[in-house]
Design a protein around this ligand. Structure first.
Ligand SMILES: [Zn+2]
Length: 271
């Protein structure tokens, strides 16, 4: 009897030991400057598709070092560089970046003079245009920064010509447009045909190297709220575009949502 009791005691002890080791492995901190346990980290990935979650978990230290860098970029920028603007997360009527530059004065090809973009987007556009020019390509910029008031008149125009429901599939209400950020660009022609132009194909392949990201991809109207717009790109910095491509399947809304949702938590845990 005593021997049996001993066996039970040892068995229970071993079970507890195994269980506590398992619990400990999940409570282990992920290496790097962000002090976060593996369990906490995994929880931030819950809403992502399985393949993305697995890739991030397999490269957790690298991923978190990128996140750390993106937080620094975001704080230095101070102009909502990664803010996921949409119908529910709107900009105020007075939001206007301070560093807007005139595109025609910066040597870029435009459909009309006087269009503006932020300095960081202009620098990236110039670099991208130069690289494309070496392959005989030339981007035409057809739309850039829009004020809140301008967006309101554009949106009202589309409602009057297409009706409220149809207009809302491709036109943002005031405050809900990425164009108010000063980092979104429409390349000409603003039409589905842009996708199959040499420039349209080139930017789809290479835009990320310069920090440009396709905002409204094909087959994601439900998630983004907009129809496929092959001409509309947003500058999200080179690092941002790299992380979006490597870990979020090149899907801007997933990347920006993730960052917006967890940025503050990661920031508080940064050593
Ligand atoms: Zn656009």
């Amino acid at each position: 009897m005593r021997v049996l009791f001993c066996y039970i005691a040892i068995f229970t002890f071993l079970c507890l030991l195994t269980f506590s080791c398992k619990a400990n492995s999940k409570d282990r901190y992920v290496e790097g400057n962000i002090k976060i346990t593996e369990r906490e980290f995994a929880a931030t990935l819950n809403n992502l598709p399985d393949d993305m979650r697995e890739k991030i978990l397999a490269n957790r230290a690298v991923f978190l070092s990128y996140i750390e860098r993106l937080i620094i970029i975001s704080e230095q920028d101070g102009n909502l560089i990664f803010f996921p603007v949409d119908r529910t997360r709107r900009l105020s009527a007075t939001f206007r970046p301070a560093d807007l530059l005139e595109l025609d004065r910066e040597g870029l090809r435009v459909s009309r003079n006087g269009m503006l973009l932020r300095a960081n987007a202009v620098a990236a556009l110039r670099e991208m245009s130069n690289a494309a020019a070496r392959e005989g390509l030339s981007f035409l910029i057809a739309s850039a920064f829009r004020t809140y008031q301008h967006q309101r008149s554009v949106h009202n125009h589309f409602i009057s010509t297409h009706g409220q429901e149809e207009a809302s599939r491709f036109s943002a209400p005031p405050g809900a447009s990425q164009h108010q950020l000063g980092t979104a660009v429409d390349f000409g022609p603003i039409a589905l045909t842009f996708r199959d132009t040499p420039e349209g194909r080139w930017i789809r392949e290479n835009g990320w190297k310069f920090g440009f990201s396709l905002s409204y991809p094909e087959n994601f109207e439900e998630e983004t709220g907009y129809i496929y717009e092959p001409w509309h790109y947003r500058y999200i910095t080179r690092e941002g575009a790299l992380v979006e491509r490597e870990f979020f399947g090149g899907l801007q809304f997933l990347f920006l949502d993730y960052l917006a949702e967890h940025k503050e938590f990661f920031r508080q845990r940064t050593l």
